[in-house]
Design a protein. Sequence first.
Length: 115
Amino acid sequence: MALYTVHDRPDAPPAVVADRFSWSAALFGPVYALLHGLWLLLLVWVVGIVIVAGATFYLGDDAGTGLYIVLALYLGFEAPAFRRGKLGRRGYAYRSEIVARDEDLALSQVLSAKS
């Protein structure tokens, strides 16, 4: 079971975002960002990689690996916040929270409660 935030806009169907660690964002940051249209997350990833590469040059390979792991963990934890921010910029408003097994069940619960 996971916690989902529900975002609503009058002229569009509701959106639900899982409030949990995103393994896909942590392991495949740029692909996750492109699939979800999160340009700010992609920019954070690119800038982070440039910083990690520069630090690796000065601090060594072990420090660079550690910094990359920290960057990946950051992206995994913050990916839902980036998705909620994108929804907010598109005019969606926070509506409520719901607990469900997966995203499809959360969305079906929201749609059935709306009817």
